[in-house]
Design a protein around this ligand. Structure first.
Ligand SMILES: *Cc1c(COP(=O)(O)O)cnc(C)c1O
Length: 361
């Protein structure tokens, strides 16, 4: 069976792990600091703050910008649920704005209509590894005095106009095993703002600004030294992993380009798409439904997945919270998208198998 993701810990983490275990310093320490420094350098921001997950990165970023009860945050309905949940954790209201059907990311042209006097931020998601159209979104943020939070949990190393995702607003990354790089569980906040940095550092550690001196209500969302050691090894290999993903995507697109009704992932101008997912659209003209093609792939040993079968606005939780508003493009996408394996450990033969299995459908 070819799996949709196949996390591997490459690199020389072994020695480092032995050292950590014998040192007795297991929680947030020197290696976490080193990892933060290396990650900020890679993304091109002044600072990075390591946390326990992508979800906690989003939560702390919003809190650090003072977002709370009564505030509204504009976001996409087509993402993993964590991007909207983080807004709800703060007591703020997620205001959904529909997607651009080509990239599956927020459509900048629809955002301004969603702004009210309570809007404080835009939380955009760089879905599948491709940056959303940052420039017009930043322009809206500047004109309306809004904060930009970038959910880059699927976009480590992705670029927009030659700059890394996560360097435009406050960047949030996840290091969950299926992502382009992993630490087991883990996350990172990237920013060049020293005030936001200090607030995030305090918030991840019970609001502590000096030892046992707590100025705000914080959390325990620290990263361990073990996770940081894994992350340092992974960061060195991220460029290679991403190149492999991009090459795999190119091979898949070459092999699938002439099938009527299969819409291949679009790479938009000025973007480096790092293919966290290689997601096709199974359009209505295709002779099988999306679910029909999915069953055919699985029956032939090719794993695949639907990201995501429900827009967040259609999730029962969001229905109960009163956010069940129509999002026609996200709803259409959720019935048509299918992610094929694209991860770095696929061989040329695996890719040929995927192509042949789709062709035989
Ligand atoms: C994975 C992911 C998250 C959450 O990251 P965790 O580390 O699992 O908490 C948030 N947003 C998006 C878009 C993701 O893909």
């Amino acid at each position: 069976m070819l799996h949709v993701s196949n996390p591997k810990i490459y690199g020389q983490t072994g020695n480092l792990l032995d050292k950590i275990l014998s040192s007795g310093s297991l929680a947030q320490g020197k290696l976490v600091e080193q990892f933060e420094h290396a990650f900020a350098g890679y993304i091109g921001t002044g600072y990075a703050v390591a946390v326990s997950s992508g979800t906690s990165a989003l939560h702390l970023s919003l809190l650090a910008h003072g977002i709370g009860k009564g505030d509204e945050v504009i976001t996409t309905p087509f993402s993993f649920i964590a991007s909207a949940n983080a807004i709800v954790y703060c007591g703020a209201k997620p205001v959904f704005s529909d997607i651009d059907p080509l990239s599956f990311n927020l459509d900048p042209n629809l955002i301004e209509a969603r702004i009210t006097p309570r809007t404080r931020a835009v939380l955009g998601v760089h879905l599948y590894g491709q940056p959303f159209d940052v420039e017009p979104v930043l322009d809206i943020c500047r004109r309306h005095n809004l904060v930009l939070i970038e959910d880059a949990c699927q976009a480590h190393g992705a670029e927009y106009q030659g700059k890394k995702a996560g360097s435009f607003g406050t960047g949030c990354f996840s290091f969950y095993p299926t992502k382009n790089m992993t630490t087991g569980e883990g996350g990172m906040i990237t920013t060049s703002d020293p005030v936001i940095t200090d607030k995030c550092r305090a918030l991840r550690n019970h609001g502590q600004t000096e030892r046992y001196h707590h100025t705000t209500l914080g959390f325990n969302v620290r990263m361990t030294e073990i996770a940081a050691a894994i992350g340092l090894g992974q960061l060195k290999l991220l460029g290679e992993f991403n190149s492999q993903r991009i090459q795999n995507a190119r091979i898949l697109s070459d092999g699938l380009s002439d099938i009527p009704g299969i819409v291949l992932p679009a790479i938009l101008p000025d973007r480096l798409h790092v293919f966290h997912q290689y997601t096709i659209r199974v359009a209505r003209e295709y002779h099988l439904s999306r679910d029909g093609l999915k069953s055919h792939l699985e029956a032939n040993g090719v794993g695949c997945a639907v990201h995501y079968p429900l827009p967040i606005t259609k999730q029962p939780l969001y229905h109960d919270l009163g956010y069940a508003i129509p999002m026609p493009r996200a709803e259409a996408a959720s019935t048509e998208v299918l992610s094929l394996p694209v991860h770095p450990s696929l061989t040329r033969e695996d890719l040929n198998t995927i192509i042949e299995v789709i062709r035989s459908a």
